[in-house]
Design a protein around this ligand. Structure first.
Ligand code: DU
Ligand code: SF4
Length: 226
């Protein structure tokens, strides 16, 4: 189907020279010591989850030793531990943990994509890299659109990417531009009049979860509204 083909195509994209160099460097000779005996994916991260999802989660980018290692969105790092535990509490995931493909994890009603599909140095994609990767997100949105009811943007970069993709799809976005914040909500209107809700959450990165800026209760509250 369309999503399978899209996932296969994005997995071999080499459009951003800096990110190709970084993802392959980490995979080949920059592996974290605790994973040194493992093969790394070292490529862009395809979407993960239910192809018939009504909810789309838009993250930031793969982590160098997370998705860039395991090849699956939010898999094998602390951000993923947080996200999948919350998706399990919210009824979208069949188990709370995400270790590696083959661990039995399945999502129902929800699919996860990223703004930028390759691990960026210091987790910071450039403006150009975000723009170069945007067509992949556009295609994900197009394929999800018939069933889509809501989106969850993790962090302001995911929020801006979701709004940009919605505009390029011809959806109507409120003006002034809806501002990102934890719990922020924007109602987007499709050309036919149907609406899709965009919700914002602080990103599940360690700098938010370790410091208490994002608590489990805060994340659960937004997921419940999806
Ligand atoms: O082989 P497949 O049915 O395309 O599934 C690939 C992979 O996607 C599976 O290991 C879990 C995930 N997945 C899911 O999480 N939810 C679904 O509804 C279908 C597939
Ligand atoms: Fe391709 Fe996106 Fe990776 Fe750039 S970040 S190389 S556009 S998949």
């Amino acid at each position: 189907d369309g999503i399978r083909e899209l996932d296969a195509r994005v997995s071999v994209c080499r459009a951003c020279p800096r990110l190709v160099t970084w993802r392959e460097h980490v995979a080949i000779d920059g592996r974290r010591a605790s994973f040194a005996d493992q093969p790394y994916w070292g490529r862009p991260g395809p979407s993960f989850g239910d192809p018939d999802a009504e909810v789309l989660v838009v993250g930031l980018a793969p982590a160098a030793n997370g998705t860039n290692r395991t090849g699956r969105m939010f898999t094998g790092d602390r951000s993923g531990d947080w996200l999948y535990a919350a998706l399990h509490r919210g009824g979208y995931a069949n188990q709370p943990t995400s270790v590696a493909s083959g661990d039995g994890l399945e999502l129902t009603g929800l699919r996860i994509v990223a703004t930028v599909r390759c691990a960026p140095p210091a987790n910071k994609p450039t403006t150009e890299e975000k723009a170069t990767c945007a067509p992949w997100l556009d295609r994900d949105l197009e394929l999800s659109e018939p069933r889509l009811r809501s989106m969850l943007a993790l962090g302001s970069i995911g929020w801006d990417a979701a709004l940009g993709a919605a505009r390029r799809r011809g959806w109507s976005v409120p003006t002034p531009k809806p501002r990102f914040g934890h719990g922020a909500e924007a109602v987007l209107t499709l050309p036919g009049g149907r609406t899709v809700r965009l919700l914002g959450s602080y990103h599940v990165s360690q700098q938010n979860t370790f410091t208490g800026k994002l608590t489990e209760a805060m994340l659960d509250e937004v997921i419940a509204r999806l």
